[in-house]
Design a protein around this ligand. Sequence first.
Ligand code: ADP
Ligand code: MG
Length: 411
Amino acid sequence: MIKTFADLELDSNIVEAIEEMGFSRPTQIQAEAIPQALDGKDVLASAPTGTGKTAAFVIPALQYLQDFPRRKPGPARVLILTPTRELAMQITEQAKALAKNTDFKIFTITGGVQYQEHADLLAHTQDIVVATPGRLLEYIKAERFDCRAIEWLVLDEADRMLDMGFAPAVDRLSNECRWRKQTLLFSATLEGKGVEGFTEDLLSDPATIDADPSRRERKKISQWYHRADNMPHKLALLKHILINQAERTIIFLKTRERLAELRAEMDKAEIACAWIQGEMPQDRRNNAISRFSSGEVNVLLATDVAARGLDVPDISHVINFDMPRTADIYLHRIGRTARAGKKGNAISLVEAHDQPMVERVARYIQEDIKERFIKDMRPTHKKSVFKKKKKKDPAKAKTKAKPKKKTAKKK
Ligand code: ADP
Ligand code: MG
C-alpha cells in the first residue's frame, strides 16, 4: 500500500518539486492511480472534487516522459483535455510547478486566445498540451495541430465535458490520437448519464479506481445553519458572519438578480467582494477570480452556473445565502471548502420555507446539519416541523431529491 510519495519510486526531481508544493503525502486518488498509470495501464478514476486529481495524472505523465525520453524535438506527447479554459490554466500551472526541475515544455490551447499566440508556440517543441476540446479540434481541422505523436491522452473532468456537450469532440480527438499508448480518464463521478458508454470506447481494459475519501474529507467540513426570519435578518446574520468568523468565503446565490441585490447590500456595508455569474465575459470573470485568489478581496459571490469548474484554494467558508435547488448542488457547493485536508465550514442561511431543503440535504448526505444561533440575532419565528412520519415509505415521500445510493437511509 502506497503511503508516501517516496513509495511511488519517482525520479528525485519530481519528488523535490512535490515537496516544494507542500504536498506531504499522496491523497487517496493519487496513491491508487499513479502506480497503475506508471504500470502502463489505462485508468478510469473517480474521486470527489478537491482531492488532488490533477497531480494524480500529471505526476505519472512527467515520470513517463522521463522514462521514455524523446530522441528529437517534435510535437506534443501528452494531451490533457479539460472542459473549461480556467481549468486548463490551473492544470498548466500545476504541471509547470511539478515539472519545474525538468525542461519539459507545457502549453495551453483554449478559446479566448489569439491564434497568433498559439501559432508561435505551436512552432516549438511541446511535451504536454492542456486543451479544451472545441478549440483544439479547430486547430486540428485547420492542420495547425498534430495529434500523431500523442502517447498519453488524459481526460479531466469527464463528467463535465459530457454535461457541456463535448462528447462528439472528445470522440473525434480520441480518434485523432489513435496511436496513443495510454488513456486516463478522471471524473468527480462516473454515475452521470452516458458516462459509461462514453468511457467504453475510449479506454482499453482500464484499471478502475473509485477513490472514496469523500466521507473522510467531508468530515472536515463543519456544517451548520442559522434560521432567518426575513431578508433583513438574513443580511444581518451574513454580515455578522463575514465580519466575525469568515476568512475566505464564497457566497452562493440562486439567481443573478439575487446576486445583484446582495452586491448592493455589500457595497452599503462596505464589505469588499468580487462576483461571478453565468454568461459573463471571460476577462471579467478571470479578473474577479484573480482578485479573490490573490486575496485582494476575501468574499466571492457566485451563482451555481458560474461556479462550475471553479477551483480556488484555501476557502474557509462556503455560505449558502440561498439554499440550492437540490441536495446534489449543496454537495457541489460545500466541496469547494476543506480541500485536500484543510478544514472548512459550510453555513446555510435558512428561511422558514427553506427548512424542508435542509432536512432533505441532511438525509442525502447522511449527516446531521445542526442549527446554531448568534447572540442577539435569534430568529423569532418558530421552527416549522415538516411531516415527520418516520415510518412512511421513503419512496412515497413528496421529496424531489432522490438519494443516489440505494442504501437504506439513516433516518
Ligand atoms: P481535483 O482535481 O480532484 O478537484 P485538484 O487537483 O485541483 O483537485 O487539487 C485540489 C487542491 O489540493 C489543489 O490546491 C492542490 O494543490 C492540492 N493538492 C493536491 N494534491 C495534494 C497532496 N497530495 N497534498 C496536499 N495538497 C494537495
Ligand atoms: Mg480537477
